[in-house]
Ligand binder design. Structure first.
Ligand code: HEM
Length: 161
């Protein structure tokens, strides 16, 4: 079954694999990725998590572009997101960037739902989409930091454990 989402548990040591370069090729490299990510953010803009993102068009545009570059890079394209500072671990950096926002499990579901909607419009072998989805489904668990009982917990990233 595609587009499944499992629950976040603080006890789980979240492991994930980076998306396969096959996805990057199938989506149509930089241009295709840009189209997917802009579509995704247009869906976000109409969603229940729109309030997390800048409402001002120019600022929102910057997020779209940064997000596009990040995904181009992590899917095996050119290193257009992280240019000079190669000392940072990109996964760790991305998790910590989300610490500035109070992200609930519910926000993660909504975020993944927007991505599902964007991906469903893409014509591509489902098994390649599934591989990309697996990365998103798992990595997104690490962005959840606020729980319904009001507690806050910043996930640790322990690669390879
Ligand atoms: C697989 C999971 C996710 C990935 C790979 C991801 C990736 C990104 C990237 C690349 C950026 C832009 C970084 C930059 O400014 O340089 C970003 C920003 C952001 N993401 Fe995520 N994200 C994920 C999940 C989520 C979830 C579940 C939420 C829930 C609401 C979320 C909310 C945000 C917010 C609020 C921003 C920043 C907007 C701002 O700077 O004003 N993200 N994310």
């Amino acid at each position: 079954m595609s587009y499944e989402v499992s629950k976040v548990s603080r006890e789980e040591n979240v492991d994930f694999s980076m998306p396969s370069p096959e996805f990057y090729k199938a989506i149509g490299e930089e241009e295709g990725m840009r189209k997917l990510m802009y579509d995704f953010y247009d869906i976000i803009y109409e969603s229940d998590i729109a309030n997390f993102f800048p409402q001002e068009e120019e600022e929102f545009e910057k997020i779209k572009e940064k997000n596009t570059k990040f995904f181009i890079q992590i899917c095996g394209g050119p290193k257009v997101y992280e240019q000079d500072d190669k000392t940072i671990d990109l996964n760790e950096y991305m998790i910590r960037l989300h610490d500035d926002f109070s992200i609930y499990e519910k926000s993660r579901y909504e975020w993944l739902g927007c991505m599902e909607e964007a991906l469903r419009k893409v014509d591509m072998e489902q098994r390649i989409k599934d591989d990309f989805w697996n990365y998103l489904e798992r990595f997104s668990k690490l962005t959840v930091n606020t729980f319904s009982d009001g507690s806050v917990y910043y996930a640790e990233y322990n690669p390879g454990q």
